[in-house]
Design a protein around this ligand. Structure first.
Ligand SMILES: C[S@@+](CC[C@H](N)C(=O)[O-])C[C@H]1O[C@@H](n2cnc3c(N)ncnc32)[C@H](O)[C@@H]1O
Length: 220
């Protein structure tokens, strides 16, 4: 893929032109642009994707993320990151849900209301090979997914967890992810009970963990 992208860049632009990738993800097109002496601008809504992209540009292309270097055309900067707890608290709830679901690598539920307690879904790639069933679509994407519930609040409590458990039972999910600023001890006790008695896993994730890029092991 990088080779193909490099070929596309070569035939469609000249050295020093500016390449814009408005959904740059982990930066494949930006790396191709950098290698082929193009300038580039990458945009991505996901702070996690932006961090991956920045690391990749440094590792693969050897350019540094440094404002002083960027000003003289030798480095790059990542703007508008990191999100802060204060900014996230001030977001409208729907925007906050979007941020959290995308930060986990999930997909937002299309319904803005009536989502039955589920704000987004994660489709684990590792699960795809063992979920193919008769009638399954080509990628097997429909069969196995994990729900995400987002609460823009401090000390998500037992009632919040109870409601998510109901949604998980209804959807037949054995694992789900919950995002909030933090959790009450009642919530944690209930998550343990749910696992012990019903063998279903709720993974509580805090906003701090997302901002600090500490969630990879929880998503594995
Ligand atoms: C399929 S990925 C792009 C992959 C990329 N070509 C690469 O090499 O990694 C799509 C990206 O679009 C980003 N995205 C989704 N909605 C967006 C939006 N409204 N604005 C900017 N980026 C968005 C996602 O965070 C995701 O990283």
């Amino acid at each position: 893929m990088p080779k193909l992208l490099e070929r596309i860049l070569e035939v469609s632009s000249n050295p020093n032109d500016v390449v814009l990738d408005a959904f740059c993800g982990c930066g494949t097109a930006l790396v191709a642009a950098q290698k082929n002496n193009r300038q580039w601008i990458g945009i991505d809504i996901s702070p996690t994707a932006c961090r991956v992209m920045a690391k990749r540009l440094q590792d693969v292309c050897g350019i540094r993320e440094k404002e002083e270097l960027w000003k003289i055309g030798r480095g790059f900067i990542v703007r508008d990151l990191p999100w802060t707890i204060e900014r996230l608290r001030a977001l409208p709830p729907f925007e906050f849900e979007n941020w959290a679901v995308i930060a986990l690598g999930g997909m937002k539920n299309k319904a803005q209301v009536g989502d039955k307690g589920i704000d987004g879904r994660i489709f684990p790639v590792s699960a795809m090979s063992n979920v193919r069933e008769a009638g399954a679509d080509e990628l097997g994407l429909e069969e196995r997914w994990f729900p995400i519930q987002v609460k823009q609040k401090d000390k998500a409590g037992r009632p919040d967890i109870d409601a998510f458990e109901t949604a998980m039972r209804r959807a037949g999910c054995e694992k789900g992810f919950f995002v909030s600023f933090d959790y009450s001890s009642d919530a944690e006790t209930e998550i343990s009970r749910f696992f012990r008695e019903e063998h279903r896993v709720i993974v509580p994730i805090s906003v701090r963990e997302i901002l600090d890029d500490q969630i990879a092991h929880k998503l594995a």
